[in-house]
Design a protein around this ligand. Structure first.
Ligand code: NAD
Length: 336
């Protein structure tokens, strides 16, 4: 397989590249990444030592470049995206350009060059909030924030290339990922890095929001399974992590970092903060998917990575100043 991976210098994409590079049937892997604020070649680390890895610094919206690269490969795994919900409140246009237009450019090239497989990586946030139950893949798409709306649109664009042209598109939708190398704007690394520096963290609306936390390596295992065995035109939920309210997550992080509740400030809820996401992932389980990471152990391993690699995240961290709660800042986004 000659594999093109978009967004391979980001959090999940870099784990995926490091995972798949040594597989016997992988002839080469080309990473296409624009190296936005979220992309770092350091995330690929030792993978650069492999003669199988090529890196192209470029934009998925560059149709000429994408056409040339897709032509040289037999499969695409598409991670590249604007991925941070909070940023989508202020720069929604960038989300639509990268996530929707960029996906259309890639899917169009996949169609023209008759590649064997196109895996489009998406999120459970496209289903919107569920008060109870769990979304199967045919659950209605009800995204509530610009990020999720752009991902839902990109899912439909990618699948339209299957329905219209027979391009072999599969979509994966995973829950919240955690693990080493995530940008410190996201809640787990944000809280860990602040707590390790003795700073305060902020919790929205008394921390009642529930998310499913999936180790990034379990998500990558699910994505690889879909790459190899997924049926074109199908969507696969990748779940099976641990359901936790943000209050319970905070408690675990405080314990791991040796901090107390006096380092937590409660703030009113941010804009459109979905109360709960939940997915049914039995369709992917039927292909053989089974997450293996224990959450408590994975969280400690993740926190230790940030503890041991300050050079990797400190330059990326936002101002260390603790936020104060004012009527205006109260509804400001803070973390996904
Ligand atoms: P990330 O923000 O860490 O990485 C995104 C990568 O895409 C970066 O390397 C960035 O440089 C690159 N990129 C952005 N715009 C680009 C462009 N125009 N051209 C080329 N490269 C570009 O994101 P992530 O957390 O690794 O997420 C990867 C994918 O998984 C995204 O599609 C996201 O929507 C999806 N997803 C993420 C999560 C999660 O918890 N992180 C959960 C479900 C789904």
């Amino acid at each position: 397989m000659k594999l093109l991976v978009t967004g391979g210098a980001g959090f999940i994409g870099s784990h995926f590249v490091r995972r798949i590079l040594d597989a016997d049937d992988i002839e080469n892997v080309t990473v296409l990444d624009a190296l936005t604020y979220a992309g770092h070649t350091a995330n690929l680390g030792q993978a650069f030592l492999s003669p199988k890895l090529d890196f192209v610094h470029g934009d998925i919206c560059d149709a000429e470049l994408v056409d040339r690269l897709v032509r040289q490969h037999t499969a695409v795994v598409h991670f590249a995206a604007e991925s941070h919900v909070d940023r989508s409140f202020t720069t929604a246009g960038t989300f639509l350009t990268t996530n929707v237009h960029g996906t259309q450019i890639l899917a169009g090239a996949a169609m023209r060059h008759s590649i064997d497989r196109f895996v489009h990586v998406s999120t459970d946030e496209v289903y919107g909030p569920l008060l109870d139950g769990a979304a199967t893949e045919d659950y209605p798409l009800r995204p509530t924030v610009p990020y999720a709306a752009s991902k839902a649109a990109s899912d439909l664009v990618a699948l339209s290339y299957w329905h219209t042209y027979g391009a072999p598109v599969c979509v994966t939708r995973s829950s919240n990922n955690y693990g080493p190398c995530q940008h410190p704007e996201k809640i787990i690394p944000l809280f860990v890095t602040r707590l390790l520096r003795g700073e305060r963290v902020t919790l929205h609306d008394r921390g009642q929001h529930v998310r499913n936390w999936l180790h990034v390596e379990d998500n990558c295992a699910g994505i690889e399974l879909v790459l190899r065995r997924g049926i074109p035109g199908e969507v696969y939920n990748v779940g099976g992590g641990t359901d936790l309210s943000s209050r319970d997550l905070t408690e675990q992080l405080l314990n791991i970092c040796g901090a107390g509740w006096d380092q937590v400030t409660y703030i009113p809820d941010r804009l459109s903060n979905d109360l709960r996401y939940a997915m049914d992932w039995s369709k992917l389980a039927a292909l053989g998917y089974q997450p293996t990471h224990d959450f408590a152990a994975g969280l400690i391993e993740t926190a230790n990575w940030y503890r041991n690699n300050p050079d990797r995240w400190a330059p990326l961290s936002r101002s260390s100043a603790a936020r104060c709660v004012t009527p205006d800042s109260a509804r400001e986004p803070q973390h996904a």
